[in-house]
Each structure stands twice: as C-alpha cells, then as structure tokens.
Design a protein around this ligand. Structure first.
Ligand code: ADP
Ligand code: MG
Ligand code: MG
Length: 250
C-alpha cells in the first residue's frame, strides 16, 4: 500500500528527514517510535501533504501512485488520514457540520455523490454506536473546550466516519489517562481491517500494550534505524532512546 524510499524532507530550510525508507502493506499496523525531534511528526506531515514541508529527494508510492504529486485534498480523498498530535479547535463550527463537510469534500473528489443530511446522520449514528462514543461530542464546536481525551476520541470518531485506507496517528496517546488511552486503543482496534493500514507514531510504548503492532520501527535523526516486532518497543522502554541516535540499539 505504501512504499517510502530514501525520503529526504526539509522544514524551514533544515533537513529533517534524511533518507527514510518504509514499506507498509494493507492490514498492517506499524508503530513509529523515536526520540523527540527525530522527525516523526514531520513524516506524518509530509505524507499528508501539509504546507511548509519540502521533499528534496526520494519517493512515496501509495497504491502504486506517486503520493507526493497529489494535493492534500486528493490524498485525503485517496484515503490518507492524519490525526494530529495537537488537534485544532475550530470555535463556532459545529462538529457534525465539520465532519460532513470533510466527508463530502472527499466524496466529491472521488466523483461520488454527496451524502444528504439524513444519510449522513444515519452513518454518524452507526459509527457512534460501533465506537461507543457519546453523541454529546457531535453538538459541540470542533474540539472547543474538549479535554485531551475528548479530542483524541473525536479524532478516532472522525477516522471512523472518513474510513481511511491509511491512517496516521501522531501521538494519539499523549496526555491521555489510562481510561481514555484504553478507549482510543479500542477504537483503533475496532477499525483494524485487512484493507486498512495504520502508522502509529508514539513516543511511549504504553499504547502498544493495547494496540499490538505488527511492526515497530525506530526513527532517529531522520531515518528508520531499526525495525522489529513488539519486543523492540519493550526494549526501548527499558533502555530509552539514548543508544539509538546513531542507529545502535544494544
Ligand atoms: P518528532 O515528532 O519526532 O518529535 P518533529 O518531526 O516534530 O519531531 O521535528 C523534527 C525537527 O524538525 C525538530 O528539530 C523540529 O524543531 C523541526 N521542525 C518540525 N516542524 C517544524 C516547523 N514547522 N518549523 C520549524 N521547525 C520544525
Ligand atoms: Mg515531538
Ligand atoms: Mg511529534
């Protein structure tokens, strides 16, 4: 589904990604771990096509197409979803309205018919039920006054409605208490499917106790320096990132 080769990217003129390669197949969950400032969020931002991230070398192929050639809207329509480390608040914009606009923008890009409010409401009710989320979130403005846990749950809910093929979650676990963490993990587990892949960016391994990844990668100084299974995350938890900066995990 996703093949990243030798990716180099700059932010504000500074090279952050320095030859990153990664292959993700449909149905797989990959955890990306690494020290602060390693380039984890930059990777998510480059993949989603965020402004200000300049790719200087390398390729990203997504379902056989050149992902980097697509505008951000086209990437979203093609099924790439990025949940931000720090979700934005949009005061005054109703959450349901926002989600419907996002979904319909994607449908339009794909040449599909927009959902009318009845059809959308039906979809939303289904998803709320599956994700075990209270409909109270819907009636508020986007993320306004949401607690950290509510923002993250809202992201998972957005993901459930948008049904991405490639979901990139950037530190969806940060700042969550254990109950909120479990709820977010349960949401991710519910959305795992053979056709969908996840890139879970996380600084800590505790989320991985609840969402068991197929692969764990260490991103340090702009590239993947080690890959393994869940045991790699446990080892990092014990040993910290001190040894990985130059590619050497003991
Ligand atoms: P991580 O998510 O692994 O903690 P980031 O990808 O956020 O790391 O950041 C990697 C490096 O790029 C850091 O040194 C950070 O300061 C820099 N950086 C990231 N985004 C920006 C930006 N928008 N403007 C300036 N520097 C940035
Ligand atoms: Mg960081
Ligand atoms: Mg980050």
């Amino acid at each position: 589904m996703l093949k990243i080769e030798n990716l180099h990217a700059r932010v504000e003129g500074k090279e952050i990604l320095k030859g990153l390669s990664l292959t993700v197949n449909a149905g797989e969950v990959h955890a990306i771990m690494g020290p602060n400032g390693a380039g984890k969020s930059t990777l998510g931002n480059v993949l989603s096509g965020r402004d200000g991230y300049e790719v200087t070398a390398g390729t990203v192929s997504y379902n056989g197409i050149d992902l980097l050639a697509l505008e951000p809207e086209a990437r979203a329509a093609a099924g790439v979803f990025l949940a931000f480390q720090y979700p934005v608040e949009i005061p005054g914009v109703n959450n349901t309205y926002f989600l419907r606009a996002a979904l319909n923008a994607q449908r339009k890009q794909r040449g599909e018919k927009e959902l009318d409010s009845m059809a959308f409401l039906k979809l939303v009710r289904e998803k709320l039920k599956v994700m075990q989320i209270s409909d109270e979130l819907l009636h508020r403005a986007v993320n306004e006054g949401f607690s950290g846990g509510e923002k993250k749950r809202n992201e998972i809910f957005q993901m459930a409605v948008l049904e991405p093929q490639l979901a990139i979650l950037d530190e969806t676990d940060s700042g969550l208490d254990i109950d909120a963490l479990k709820q977010v993990a349960q949401g991710v587990n519910t959305l795992r499917s053979p056709g969908r892949a996840f890139l879970m960016i996380t600084h800590y391994q505790r989320l991985l106790d609840y969402v068991v990844p197929d692969f764990v990668h260490v991103l340090a100084d702009g590239r993947i320096v080690e890959s393994g299974d869940k045991s790699l995350a446990l080892r990092l938890e014990e040993q910290g990132y001190a040894g990985v900066r130059h590619g050497a995990v003991a």
